[in-house]
Design a protein around this ligand. Structure first.
Ligand SMILES: CC(C)(COP(=O)(O)OP(=O)(O)OC[C@H]1O[C@@H](n2cnc3c(N)ncnc32)[C@H](O)[C@@H]1OP(=O)(O)O)[C@@H](O)C(=O)NCCC(=O)NCCS
Length: 141
């Protein structure tokens, strides 16, 4: 049984551990800490997945600038990490789904992710080239 909730201060250490184990390096854990300290941090969009009260996954959405003819503040999805022993059990998918629902409720129009096309297109993400001809202004829905 997977439960998703917002991160709280006592989760910070295990979130760093999950990111380090999932990515095999500390860069993403450090990125999370840096974003938390910045004005780009959105507390309700730093989510943890827990199984039997143990945090096994984490996703972070934060504000980034999308620079075109005008600069838009949009959401960036990064990083997403699931503990290696809990991967391929639907935890990553659930974190993305819940995160996107919260983003939609907050009326965030655009979410950008840098990641595997096959993994992310199933959640509605499209390659950025689709948007380029519109100067990022009018998504071709
Ligand atoms: C990528 C990651 C977050 C996926 O989490 P997960 O809990 O294993 O994913 P899910 O079980 O929800 O899988 C959802 C689907 O994506 C697929 N999938 C999982 N990992 C994948 C990967 N690395 N590449 C492509 N597809 C992947 C699964 O096959 C699954 O599809 P299925 O249910 O039809 O079999 C996890 O593998 C991870 O932490 N990886 C290391 C860190 C990383 O690469 N993060 C993403 C950065 S963009």
């Amino acid at each position: 049984m997977i439960d998703i909730r917002c991160e709280t201060l006592p989760d910070y250490t295990v979130i760093a551990e999950v990111n380090t184990l999932a990515f095999g390096q500390e860069n993403e854990a450090k990125l999370v800490e840096k974003i938390r300290r910045s004005d780009r941090y959105i507390p309700e969009l730093s989510l943890v997945a827990h199984v039997e009260n143990v945090v096994v996954g984490h996703i972070l959405f934060s504000y980034i600038d999308l620079a075109g003819e005008e600069t838009l503040q949009v959401l960036g999805l990064a990083p997403l990490a699931v503990h290696p022993q809990f991967q391929r059990q639907g935890i990553g998918r659930t974190l993305i789904k819940v995160g996107l629902e919260i983003a939609e409720a907050k009326k965030e129009a655009i979410v950008i992710v840098l990641g595997h096309p096959e993994f992310y297109t199933r959640f509605g993400f499209q390659p950025s080239v689709v948007y380029q001809k519109n100067g990022f202004k009018t998504p071709p829905f």
